[in-house]
Design a protein around this ligand. Structure first.
Ligand SMILES: [Fe+2]
Ligand SMILES: [Fe+2]
Length: 534
């Protein structure tokens, strides 16, 4: 594959910011893509058999999807013998329809020839071979200590799958074939969403990065056997400053470590990410998300996949899930505030209405990065989310909201209009339609922890308080102090959320049993969200 090495005249570069340099290089790449585009599209063919009509057939080159304008699909021109390198960092995602669509993504450490995926319903029959899409990502040398980095991300879209079916897959390239005995141990698997609702588990957290705590949480998550995992942003911290500015520090290679760490879960469990403030990487267009476009293939069914790759929705069983990009509404860290021009909020209103009326959907879970309700000393609550989205969550009776950003576990009572509508101590059942919405901050995935202004209060260590003095962010990154009564559970420790979903049996309610587990395996909170099934 080609490496996109196209320099900028040094006199020109001196007058450009890093973001402008990237934009300039991107425009040069786009011109090359137009020249190649005809051949790439002409090569597309239709798959049949095991996979449906939109699978990419062997020997074709997939055109760059519309939502990835910063990226180049290159022809395969290897720099090394493919037998010297193995794929790593495999990560799965659902397409817009989890019953029939899975996206498989991975990385290779050096450029390779003819990357591909093999897939089948038996691990020993992977005769279906599909060429992968190549998304090389070039990061210029940002400081004298940080060299230029070329990364090679590969993607395969599997469409037309059968619901509720386990498939086996292996990824490779010329010189490395997962179907051979030498590489057979790299075979992975995934299971599509069932056609009918059944009991299942999903997991969630935010603010992970690369650390032994992050790895410990991943290990516990795998043991939950989740059907999917929600990552509520601040994914990797290659940009540890997190302001979304080109003055931030940044090391692209941290992503290599992150994807290798994550592979133990994400190669088997669809790993659905939302973007946080640390995921606005100013060196990549558009809006700092060009790198995310290279690394992830997300459902792409939000209001504007080019501007907001982390905004999308999917349904699994009786649960509708919505991922939002809260950078669009953040007063605290405003680098991307207003990037959607209001279209994200309009889309949210419409999509919530559609899910609420969709046959077979009982629960709506919304996840995104910045908290509407948290009391930590570091970030507390985002007034932009409260203003833009909380009224819509209430209008459409959302059942559970999951956030990160604050590196702790915190959980509210059931709320309406920003106030406690039903006190919800540990073990409570909340009837979301009647009682209001519980907001969970699950930001203890692995990055260094934050602190509360008051003592922790969690399962086995309850220290209830009537109120907490805290603040929320208002326009212009100004803090507004407030005294709140909704902080019901607080835990300063590494942790994640496991949600068991039960469809209603005749005469009963459908249930979300929400448990927060510490990295030690200890349960620190649990509550039930119940709803009368349609
Ligand atoms: Fe964070
Ligand atoms: Fe954050």
């Amino acid at each position: 594959m080609d490496t996109p090495r196209m320099g900028i005249d040094s006199r020109l570069a001196d007058r450009m910011s890093m973001a402008e340099q990237h934009e300039y290089l991107r425009s040069k790449l786009s011109r090359r893509r137009v020249i190649r585009g005809g051949a790439a599209v002409a090569g597309a063919a239709t798959g049949t058999g095991l996979l449906g009509s939109s699978a990419y057939a062997e020997g074709t080159t997939q055109a760059v999807p519309a939502q990835s304008p910063a990226l180049l699909t290159s022809s395969a021109t290897a720099h090394v013998d493919g037998s010297l390198v193995a794929p790593f960092g495999r990560h799965l995602a659902f397409g817009a329809d989890p019953q029939t669509q899975i996206r498989v993504s991975w990385q290779v450490p050096l450029a390779v020839n003819k990357p591909f995926i093999r897939v089948g319903v038996k691990p020993w029959d992977l005769s279906r071979k599909i060429e992968a899409e190549v998304r090389p990502l070039h990061t210029a040398a940002l400081t004298s200590a940080l060299p230029a980095v070329d990364q090679y991300y590969l993607h395969a879209a599997l469409d037309g799958l059968h619901p509720g079916t386990t498939y086996y897959y292996g990824v490779g390239h010329q010189g490395f074939d997962p179907a051979t005995a030498a590489a057979f141990a790299t075979i992975g698997s995934f299971t599509t969403a069932p056609a009918h609702s059944d009991k299942f588990v999903f997991t969630a957290f935010g603010d992970q990065g690369v650390s032994y705590h992050a790895l410990a949480n991943d290990s516990l998550i795998l043991a939950q056997n989740p059907s999917f995992h929600l990552h509520a942003g601040d994914i990797c911290y290659a940009d540890p400053a997190g302001s979304g500015q080109s003055t931030d520090t940044y090391d692209a290679r941290t992503w290599d470590q992150f994807l290798a760490q994550t592979e133990s879960v994400a190669s088997r469990v669809p790993w659905m990410v939302a973007v946080g403030n640390h995921d606005m990487e100013a060196w990549y267009s558009p809006n700092g998300y060009g790198g995310q476009d290279a690394r992830w293939t997300l459902p792409g069914n939000g209001p504007d996949a080019a501007k907001l790759p982390g905004t999308y929705s999917f349904s699994y069983g009786n649960v509708g899930v919505i991922a939002l990009d809260a950078n669009d509404v953040s007063y605290e860290i405003p680098a991307n505030i207003g990037i959607s021009g209001g279209t994200q909020t309009t889309w949210l209103d419409k999509r919530l209405g559609e899910l609420r009326n969709k046959a077979g959907i009982d629960f709506i879970v919304v996840f995104f990065h910045h908290c509407a309700f948290s009391t930590t000393n570091q970030h507390a609550s985002e007034g932009g989310v409260r203003e833009a989205w909380v009224p819509l969550f209430e209008k459409h009776n959302v059942d559970l909201v999951i956030n990160g950003h604050n590196h702790v576990y915190e959980r509210t009572d059931a709320l309406k209009g920003g106030a406690v509508s039903k006190k919800a101590p540990i073990g409570t059942t909340v009837y979301s339609e009647r009682d209001g919405i519980v907001y969970v901050t699950a930001g203890g995935a692995g990055r260094s922890l934050y602190s509360f202004p008051v003592p922790d209060s969690y399962e086995g260590h309850v220290a209830d308080l009537d109120s907490v003095d805290t603040y929320h962010w208002t326009k212009g990154a100004v803090k507004a102090t407030e005294t709140v009564e909704w902080s019901r559970v607080r835990y300063t420790g590494y942790s994640f959320l496991a949600v068991e979903v039960e469809p209603a049996r005749p005469g009963q309610t459908a249930k979300l049993t929400v448990s927060a587990l510490a990295e030690t395996g200890e349960r620190i909170d649990h509550f039930v969200v119940a709803r009368t099934a349609k």
